[in-house]
Design a protein around this ligand. Structure first.
Ligand code: MF3
Ligand code: CO
Ligand code: CO
Length: 268
């Protein structure tokens, strides 16, 4: 939002805080690795949530979503046309589904937030392509994460990539500053105007979490549960999320435990 551009309250994290947020981020990412083995046709999303919840607890951490504004589960699990904030429950996964699991951990007071897509059994080529392009959108956003760059360049290039494949970018949900609290400034829009927004500086930590739709961009919230966000046209949606720390050179992807991104030597 324009009024945030000049006088933002984006926290610059200290080296000690960055280390704490890194450890929480690693745990969130490990949780996604642990649950992966249980994802198959016939399991319900509540079961997958319980696997994540147990792993988080066993590692001395808490889930940030449980009790967050009344959210009742330790993860968000969003299947097919669900854009985000799916509540784990009785829904059973079926062959061909695409599913996002979003984990936010609180470890020693620090927050780490990550999500990724999983393919259930035999998935159609068009669904696979949506998932692939959405992952590319996150990487393209990450490429913009250099000091001196305008924050909104991230969303500009994400949306451009989505559009180039005939997809649309969800604009009703955004990435966010994270680390000392769940949702801090800034708001990281995935559709945005190039050359606007705060200037990125070393020590800023935020998520990038593009939600890309096969059809229309709009979301509708489930009237009964007040959370589940679905596409208005019933078409598929995909999402990937990382927690990112700006450094003096390449960004430090705190939730990347697969070394998909190079790890910078110094932050400041
Ligand atoms: N983890 C989500 C995010 O990436 C937020 C979930 S909030 C909840 O920002 F209340 F739905 F859990
Ligand atoms: Co997030
Ligand atoms: Co998240």
């Amino acid at each position: 939002m324009a009024f945030r551009d000049t006088k933002s309250k984006i926290i610059i994290k200290t080296p000690e805080q960055i280390q704490g947020i890194r450890e929480s981020s690693i745990l969130a990412a490990k949780t996604l690795k642990v649950v992966e083995a249980f994802i198959k046709p016939g399991v319900n999303t509540d079961y997958l949530n319980s696997i994540c919840a147990q792993f988080i607890k066993d590692n001395g951490a808490n889930s940030a979503t449980l009790g967050y504004h009344g959210f009742t589960k330790e993860t968000c699990i969003s299947v097919n046309d669900v854009i985000c904030h799916g509540i784990p429950g009785k829904l059973e996964l079926r062959d061909g589904d695409i599913v996002n699991i979003d984990v936010t951990t609180i470890l020693k007071g620090y927050f780490g937030d990550t999500s990724k897509m999983f393919l259930v059994g035999d998935v159609s080529d068009h669904a696979k392509k949506l998932v692939k392009v959405t992952k590319e959108c996150l990487s393209i956003g990450i490429e913009q994460c250099k000091p001196g760059t305008h924050l909104n360049n991230i969303g500009y290039y994400i949306d451009r990539h989505a559009k180039s494949h005939g997809y649309s970018t969800v604009y009703e949900f955004c990435g966010h500053g994270v680390g000392l609290r769940f949702h801090e400034e800034p708001e990281v829009c995935h559709v945005a105007e190039k050359g606007t927004g705060p200037i990125l500086q070393p020590g800023m930590i935020f998520t990038i979490e593009p939600m890309i739709n096969a059809g229309k961009a709009r979301a509708k919230i489930d009237k009964k549960d007040g959370w589940t966000a679905r596409t208005i046209d019933g078409r598929l949606s995909a999402q990937f999320e990382h927690t990112i720390c700006i450094t003096k050179s390449e960004p430090f992807i705190l939730t990347d435990i697969d070394n998909e991104f190079p790890q910078p030597k110094e932050i400041f």
